[in-house]
Design a protein around this ligand. Structure first.
Ligand code: SAH
Length: 224
């Protein structure tokens, strides 16, 4: 039986979640697998209890330590872009945060590798994946600017923090035919979502303007 806190009620109920899905459709999200997946995941368990009633609003929310959970539209859009050339087996996510985007990916691809620079966030995310019985997520505390060489190459890479330019290591660790989705730009200025497709020459396409927290070099373990 699903525990009540995962099930949700009132502002965290399945009905509230379905309203979020309808809104995503009106906003232009077309991918059925992405919509169905987001309809199945209790987003409210990825934020603090005091914030749970806001989990299905179309906004980013604080998750502590100066970081945020991306707004549902951005999660849906980035996932849709990542999967736009077909099914992906192995995906690297840079910026685990609360682990919501990771969870969406875990239902749509075979294996998810995720790196986070803040140990405390990685550990909180891991307990949420356990509660949801997900077993295809491999979590690492590491600096995503370097990618995750030990398990490369990846068919897909998704970066959920803003980089000033495409990190070279990520491009190296992308398999031939692979897709990489990343916000690029200034920390406090203009940022845009880009999709790269490594098919022969590298194809690059720009999409919506966005606002992400910055990608920061170096890691902070749980003891800090
Ligand atoms: N995908 C997340 C979004 C988290 S915000 C979600 O669904 O909640 C971006 C995250 O990237 C933050 O947790 C931040 O600590 C992390 N981050 C920033 N720079 C990083 C780096 N160099 N390597 C790994 N993670 C990084």
């Amino acid at each position: 039986m699903t525990p009540e806190w995962i099930e949700g009620r009132g502002m965290t109920s399945k009905r509230t979640r379905m309203r979020m899905i309808e809104r995503l459709q009106t906003e232009g999200i077309r991918s059925e697998p992405v919509l169905e997946t987001m309809a199945s995941i209790p987003r409210h368990i990825f934020v603090d209890e005091a914030m749970a009633h806001l989990a299905y609003e179309d906004s980013a929310l604080p998750i502590g330590y100066g970081q945020t959970i991306s707004q549902p539209y951005i999660v849906a859009r980035m996932t849709e872009l990542l999967l736009s050339f077909g099914h992906l087996k192995r995906v690297l996510e840079v910026g685990t945060g609360c682990g919501y985007q990771t969870t969406v990916l875990s239902k749509l691809v075979d294996e998810v590798y995720t790196v986070e620079r803040l140990g405390i966030l990685a550990s909180k995310a891991t307990s949420r994946w356990h509660a949801l019985s997900l077993n295809n997520i491999h979590s690492f505390i590491a600096d995503g600017f370097q990618g995750l060489k030990s398990n490369a190459p990846y068919d897909g890479i998704i970066v959920t923090a803003c980089a000033p330019e495409l990190p070279a290591a990520l491009l190296e660790q992308l398999a031939p035919g692979g897709v990489l989705v990343i916000p690029i730009g200034d920390v406090s200025g203009t940022q845009q979502l880009y999709r790269y497709h490594k098919s022969g020459v590298l194809q690059s396409d720009g999409f919506e303007f966005v606002r992400f927290v910055p990608l920061i070099a170096g890691v902070e373990g749980i003891d800090h």
